[in-house]
Design a protein around this ligand. Structure first.
Ligand code: NDP
Length: 287
């Protein structure tokens, strides 16, 4: 029941109609008996500043931020978490005493999702496919969490080179090695944690993968596709065919929400509860 004390949180982006975040947060609030409601707000690109001012004035407790506003909101925040500042993108705003503080729970959520799947970045040699906004953030995440080496494969080599220059400069070590997609044979032959961070394979092109060559997949130990629709991507199928385990991006999506919910409500969501939400969403997506 919504009453006079209900805390309001929400999502700003454009579009927002497809989002499953309202289901994640409203289910969590119900499970924990927290008097909070979460609603989607479609915000035009020209109105980001007004939206944040309005949210502040309306005493909104917290916001998620999705495409295309993840970087555009930053100038209007009071504070930004150091990892989010490095990445240059936030997806969670927390109401502080004097304004909103921005975090990137996409990345901390990915870390927690991988941990839940038994994957640890510490000391790992990783292949990242892609050099877009998310791939760049994942490269920072690897550098910040003890990753040993990152081979970054991208269709446009220049983009991978630019990300490598930036992340290596920031980390003070040559962690990221940039390569073109076709140059995977330059990666020393053994099996790697491989994170698929391109948009290739998204619905409706569900059979496609950024690398179709079966020989590439003999280098994959575990495949982690950040795409979650479809539930089994072309990349995951090729990983499985080469004997590697493969995961999709649904857990990352759930855990970015879990981390935002924890920040807004100063609470801790147990692994059991997070897995319950994950199970519910997984079933919904299979329908
Ligand atoms: P960007 O648009 O910034 O980057 C897209 C990447 O895909 C680039 O590396 C691009 O290569 C590559 N690419 C696109 N088309 C092709 C193609 N035909 N062949 C080869 N490579 C191609 O996207 P984002 O980084 O913002 O997002 C990437 C994906 O991450 C999204 O599709 C989304 O599914 C997923 N994601 C998942 C989340 C989750 O919670 N699970 C959260 C956020 C994102 P090039 O540089 O050569 O153009």
């Amino acid at each position: 029941m919504v009453d006079g004390k209900t805390k309001v949180c929400g999502l700003i982006g454009n579009p927002v109609e497809h989002s499953i975040s309202p289901q994640i947060h409203n289910t969590l609030a119900k499970m924990l008996g927290i008097n909070m409601i979460y609603v989607p707000f479609r915000v035009e690109e020209s109105l980001v500043e007004e939206a944040l001012k309005g949210a502040w004035a309306l005493s909104i407790n917290g916001l998620n931020v999705t495409v295309p506003h993840k970087s555009a909101v930053i100038p209007f925040l009071k504070d930004v978490d150091p990892l989010a500042a490095k990445i240059g993108a936030v997806n969670t705003l927390v109401r502080m005493e004097d304004g909103f503080k921005g975090y990137n729970t996409d990345m901390t959520g990915l870390l927690r999702a991988m941990k839940s799947d038994g994957i640890n970045l510490e000391g790992e040699e990783v292949i990242i496919i892609g050099a877009g906004g998310v791939a760049r953030a994942v490269a920072y995440l690897c550098a910040e969490n003890g990753g040993k080496r990152v081979y970054m494969l991208n269709r446009s080599l220049e983009k991978a080179q630019a990300v490598a220059g930036e992340v290596n400069g920031n980390a003070g070590r040559e962690i990221v090695v940039p390569l073109a997609l076709t140059e995977y044979d330059k990666i020393p032959e053994k099996r790697y944690l491989t994170i698929q961070a391109t948009s290739v394979g998204l619905y409706p092109d569900t059979e496609k993968a950024p690398v179709e060559d079966a020989a590439f997949y003999s280098r994959v130990k575990t495949g982690y596709d950040l795409i979650y629709t479809p539930a089994k991507t072309g990349f995951m199928r090729l990983c499985n065919e080469a004997g590697a385990s493969a995961y999709n991006g649904l857990k990352m999506l759930i855990y970015q929400g879990v981390e935002a919910f924890e920040k807004w409500n100063q609470t801790e969501i147990t692994e059991e509860m997070a897995l319950e939400i994950y199970g519910i969403q997984k079933k919904n997506m299979e329908k």
